[in-house]
Design a protein around this ligand. Sequence first.
Ligand SMILES: Cc1cc2nc3c(=O)[nH]c(=O)nc-3n(C[C@H](O)[C@H](O)[C@H](O)COP(=O)(O)OP(=O)(O)OC[C@H]3O[C@@H](n4cnc5c(N)ncnc54)[C@H](O)[C@@H]3O)c2cc1C
Ligand SMILES: *[C@@H]1O[C@H](CO)[C@@H](O)[C@H](O)[C@H]1NC(C)=O
Length: 326
Amino acid sequence: MSNIVVIGAGIVGISSALAVQRKYPHAKVTIVADQFSPNLTSDVAAGFWWPYLVKFHNPDLLNRICRDTFDYISSLVEREDAGAMWQSGHEVSREETEIPFWSPIVREYRRLSPSELADRFPHQEYKSGQFFTTLALEPTIYISYATREFITKGGLIRQGKVKNLNELAGEFDVIINCCGIGARELVGDEEVSPIRGQIIRVRAPRVKHFFCDQDYYCLLNSNCVILGGTHDEGEWDMEVNEETAKRIMDENVKRMPVLKGAEVISHHVGLRPFRTSLRIEKETIRNEKGKETTIIHNYGHGGSGITLFWGCALHVVELLDERSHL
Ligand SMILES: Cc1cc2nc3c(=O)[nH]c(=O)nc-3n(C[C@H](O)[C@H](O)[C@H](O)COP(=O)(O)OP(=O)(O)OC[C@H]3O[C@@H](n4cnc5c(N)ncnc54)[C@H](O)[C@@H]3O)c2cc1C
Ligand SMILES: *[C@@H]1O[C@H](CO)[C@@H](O)[C@H](O)[C@H]1NC(C)=O
């Protein structure tokens, strides 16, 4: 029986752990993390299925990962406790845009005509836009659902900060590294850097469509809408900036007047774990005694962790499969 450890309890870690358990019911799987939901980057996310601020060198694999995650989230919609729901709306731009690679994945995808753009957004000068139906997965609800499932299947959870991978190599045969922005410190990966995002959760029950343009967005969750946002590259500041909050509110109201007077629930800041290319790959290390440990890295999802997590978890299992002794 294999002894597997997953570093990280965010959406990427918990899902990798679940996918491994599903494939290998007899493996012993432990999650080690220094912080847990609801205090993670994953909890700040709007949970909108939409490839955004992420890079990956393999377009075919990215496409498959996107589709697998979309299908998985859609399979969760009928469960009340998993945090998944459908949402439709508009994404618009001040520039001409191309049809994105993910248009066949979402539902009801279509381009907006100039007259539709002028009609929906009379005070903005948008040149192109699209309407589609996609999914939202509220990360805090989903992580709690996934954690219950993980524990029910015999999964173990430990709190602790890992200083380097070697300290786990003696105890475990496989290390699955899902440490998000923590990769910079844990494995010294300088290709990882934060893209800071600030958002506001507001109560606006009359908003029934999502909206996004290149600068601002309004996305739906079950009990609130999420107004964004910023994408500050290389910025580590976790404090809420009051001026930024005011600007996010004002600019969203300009675009969607129905938001005027919406009650503010809370402000949040998170650091998207951006990498020059998403890292999902296998490595083998050997200690002084010659013991081999397989490491599978799964981090650097940028602004798309909720868009990619399940496809990535399945790919982790695929990479594990290539080991003979599981
Ligand atoms: C404002 C904002 C909005 C967003 N909206 C969306 C959206 O709508 N859709 C979407 O797809 N994505 C969105 N994202 C991106 C998404 O939040 C991230 O891609 C995703 O949360 C990354 O998940 P993760 O599990 O890798 O990281 P995290 O949630 O950060 O989890 C990392 C885990 O690793 C642990 N860890 C790290 N280092 C160590 C260590 N050395 N030892 C032990 N444990 C360690 C941490 O404690 C934590 O448990 C948004 C992000 C922000 C900031
Ligand atoms: C989240 O952070 C708060 C404040 O630091 C802390 O009291 C709480 O225990 C943390 N929750 C978890 C699940 O770690």
